[in-house]
Structure formats: structure tokens, C-alpha cells
Design a protein around this ligand. Structure first.
Ligand code: HAM
Length: 435
């Protein structure tokens, strides 16, 4: 047969292989514990939404909507659909649709893949995962701070602190309008320095010019009018209260007047958690307040605030800090010599699983030596050996696989089945206590 060409995965969309499982599980468990502690409930929304949801929610004139969204027409019914580039819009859509904030405010969280057609590099992928929270119906700024505390708790539990927290206020609509005018005037006076993107955005969304990654425009952007200077009493009071609550909770942060975030729905609080371990893709978590969004998407005015962590980036930082999994992959590996001993081994496997243990029974037939090698590779702490002798006398031989290799054979014992199980239970307990 002619050689069949293999089909590869899509660029920028990664497989998460079994070897990565421990770090993903650690991340998910730490997050779930923290989210429960703060009363957040999980919401699962589809990865496909109607394209106009993101256009209206995130903003037509943003990098995400203009350049990075996977949009297509459903060939079966002509609907315009998009793979979600983020999930704040999706959660708000669902909250409106199901009237979730009718009686009570909501603290929600989600975890799952997001899709952005960006140029892939370390920490930047086309399919990536976010762990996000959205609190709806709270005016803040207490809840804004609660979410920052929650993120700090998660980072602390994952052993990736210190991270830097940068914060800014985008004020309210009126203040942004004034600032926008000032930006237009400023950039109009420097037309010669503007790149194509900036020229296009000058009148539609000048705030986005401040997001530019173009090095030739950095000096211009540095000198641009700052939104902070346009804040009036109410917005300043909001920011002051936020800062006060941060400092009584010992959260260190830096005000960064240039921080505007890449999505249009924000007002007041915006922030990013930044690492120095990942080079260019340094933001591991971004969030803020989005009071106008629910109304913009057709709901009754309801304040909102949330954040999303880039999971792949957080995991990279965990690796940089030397994450090691100390969970054994499995607890025991059962060896047998084929024939009757195989059935015996499978029955023993079921008994041990009934008792709650993780067991691999060797599949197929192989030499004792090769089975022992597999047992070692499996990460099991014990091997149970079911040879002809053992089966004839309803016994099993236990061999310990952890600790000093020279001691392993001394720890080998042949016991009656029930004794063996008890022995295993006792030694396993001792082993866990030592840990
Ligand atoms: P965002 O800043 O666009 O915010 O994304 C949040 C985080 O997702 C980023 O800080 C980054 O860690 C990660 N991320 C973004 N793009 C990529 C990528 N291409 N590859 C890997 N990681 C990436 C939002 O999405 C908002 N919805 C956050 C939010 C929730 N604001 C309020 N509520």
C-alpha cells in the first residue's frame, strides 16, 4: 500500500498529553477549592456563539474582533457563528437569557477553551484555556477586591507568587468620552507617526491606539493624555475605596495609567497580573468591571466584574517555579504468569479496586522481568505477584517499589490474600503518613 500521509493537529492548538495531566489537575483542584470558598458557582456555556454577540460585546474595533476571531457561516442553516475568543460575553448572554439575576446577584465561574487566531508562540496559542469568574449584580468595589483576593489565593496555593498587579481606572462613559476627544486631538497632531491600524482607529476607537504593540509608536503613546486625569468625583471615590480595600488586605499593586485592556466593555476597575517568567506573554490574568455590558447585550442594567486567567500561562509559570507532582500515577501493579494466574490477578484487581485503590493488572503475557519493568514505569508503589505457587495456595507476593532499591527485595513477602490486602492497607497508610 502507498504510504498514507499523516494528518497533524492545527497550528497553535495543542494536545494536552497524559504527562501534562498532573499539572492541569493541580491547577483545577486549587481553583475549584478557592472558588468554592468565595461562593462562586460553575456555569458551562457553549464554545460557539452567534458572531454579533462578540462584535457587540467586545467591540467591533478591537484586535480580537477585527483580526483574531474564528467566524464562519453554518453551511447547514446560514447562521453566523464564532468560536468564543473569551467568555464574558457568553456568560452575560446566558445570564440575560435565563434571567439569572432576577432575584439575586450571581457569582459565577467557568473553565474551558477559547480561540483566537493569533501568531502562535510560547504562551500564545490559537486554542488556549481560561479560568474565569464573573460577578453580576454587585456595584463594587468590594467585589472587585474580593476577586483580586481570590486570584491571589489561587496564585499563592499554586506557589507562583510573587506576581505583579497593575491597576487602572477607565472611569465612566462621560469621562471616557472627554478623554476620547483629547486623544483624537493629540493623535491628529501626530498623524505622521501613526501606523495604518492607528489611522483607521483614530475616529472609531482611539483608546485602542494605546494598546499598540508597534515599537515606533511607544513614545507617542507614552505622551498621550491619561484617562486618570479625566476622572471626576464619583470615579475617583470608587478608585480610592478600591485602593483602600486593597491596602487593608495587604495587596501590593501599581497604578498603570497606560493600562486600557483590549476589550471595549470595561469601566472603572481594570487590572492585570503580570509575571517576569514568560518573556513577552507576561499577563497571566486580566480583568475588570464592565457595568455597561449587560445592557449593551439587551438585559436590564446590571453591574458586572470579573477576570480570566490564561491557564497555559499559569502552568508555564508553575513549571518555572519547579512544579512537581508527588501523586503516584497508580498505587499497585499486578503481575501474573498467564493461564489461571491471569484470572486470579484480575479478581484480585477488582477486590483492591472495591477497597478504593488504583490498580493496573498487567495486560497480555510477558516475562517476569518485563512485567517488573512495566510495574516500575507505572509509578506504582507496590507490585503484587500472582505466580503458579501463589495461586495454588490462595496467596500473593508483595514487593515494594519505592524507597532504596537495595531494600526492595527484603520487603518482598508472600502472604495469604486477606493478609496481603491488610498488609498493603497498613503499609500504604504508613507511606502516606511519612509523606
Ligand atoms: P483577556 O485579557 O483577553 O481578558 O484574556 C485573559 C487572559 O487570557 C490573558 O491575560 C492571558 O493570560 C490569556 N490569553 C489571552 N489570549 C491568549 C492566547 N492567545 N494564548 C494564551 N493565553 C491567552 C478576557 O478574556 C476577559 N474576558 C477577562 C474578563 C473576565 N474580564 C472580565 N471578566
Amino acid at each position: 500500500m502507498a504510504k498514507v500521509q499523516k494528518i497533524n493537529g492545527i497550528r497553535g492548538m495543542n494536545d494536552i498529553l497524559p504527562a501534562d495531566e498532573p499539572i492541569w489537575t493541580e491547577f483545577e483542584e486549587v481553583c475549584k477549592d478557592a472558588l468554592r470558598m468565595y461562593g462562586y458557582k460553575q456555569i458551562r456555556t457553549p464554545i460557539l456563539e452567534a458572531t454579533p454577540l462578540f462584535k457587540r460585546g467586545i467591540g467591533e474595533v478591537t484586535d480580537i474582533v477585527e483580526k483574531e476571531m474564528y467566524c464562519f457561516t453554518d453551511s447547514l442553516n446560514g447562521e453566523e457563528l464564532a468560536l468564543r475568543p473569551e467568555n464574558t460575553a457568553g456568560v452575560v448572554r446566558s445570564v440575560i437569557e435565563h434571567n439569572l439575576t432576577y432575584n439575586a446577584p450571581q457569582r459565577l465561574w467557568y473553565f474551558g477553551p477559547m480561540f483566537r487566531h493569533e501568531r502562535p508562540q510560547r504562551g500564545r496559542y490559537r486554542q488556549f484555556h481560561q479560568l474565569g469568574v464573573e460577578a453580576l449584580g454587585f456595584k463594587g468595589p468590594d467585589v472587585d477586591v474580593e476577586q483580586i483576593l481570590m486570584a491571589r489565593r489561587i496564585f499563592d496555593e499554586l506557589n507562583i507568587l510573587p506576581l505583579k498587579l497593575e491597576l487602572n481606572s477607565l472611569g465612566n462613559l462621560e469621562e471616557r468620552r472627554e478623554h476620547r476627544q483629547a486623544l483624537i486631538t493629540y493623535f491628529e497632531a501626530h498623524q505622521d507617526v501613526l501606523d495604518e491600524d492607528a489611522k483607521r482607529r483614530l475616529y472609531s476607537n482611539p483608546l485602542r491606539i494605546l494598546d499598540t504593540k508597534n515599537p515606533d509608536m511607544q513614545a507617542l503613546v507614552e505622551g498621550a493624555p491619561r484617562l486618570l486625569d479625566y476622572l471626576k468625583n464619583d470615579s475617583l471615590a470608587f478608585l480610592n475605596r478600591l485602593e483602600h480595600l486593597l491596602s487593608v488586605n495587604d495587596i501590593e499593586y501599581k497604578i498603570n495609567p497606560r493600562l486600557v485592556r483590549g476589550l471595549d466593555y470595561y469601566n472603572h476597575t481594570v487590572y492585570e497580573w503580570i509575571t517576569d517568567k514568560l518573556g513577552a506573554q507576561a499577563t497571566v490574568c486580566g480583568g475588570g468591571r464592565y457595568d455597561p455590558l449587560v445592557e449593551m447585550l439587551g438585559g436590564r442594567p446590571t453591574p458586572g466584574v470579573g477576570f480570566a486567567m490564561g491557564v497555559e500561562r499559569v502552568l508555564e509559570v508553575m513549571r518555572e517555579f519547579g512544579f512537581e507532582s508527588n501523586e503516584p500515577d497508580t498505587e499497585m501493579y499486578i503481575l501474573h504468569m498467564g493461564g489461571e494466574t491471569q484470572g486470579y490477578a484480575m479478581v484480585l484487581g477488582e477486590i483492591l479496586r472495591d477497597a478504593g485503590y488504583d490498580v493496573i493488572v498487567h495486560a497480555g503475557e510477558a516475562s517476569f522481568k518485563s512485567q517488573m519493568k512495566k510495574a516500575d514505569q507505572s509509578g506504582a508503589t507496590f507490585a503484587f505477584i500472582c505466580g503458579e505457587e501463589e495461586v495454588t495456595h490462595s496467596q500473593v507476593t508483595i514487593k515494594r517499589l519505592f524507597g532504596d532499591p537495595s531494600e526492595r527485595f527484603m520487603k518482598q513477602e508472600t502472604l495469604d490474600l486477606n493478609e496481603a490486602i491488610q498488609y498493603f492497607v497498613d503499609v500504604q497508610k504508613e507511606f502516606l503518613d511519612e509523606e
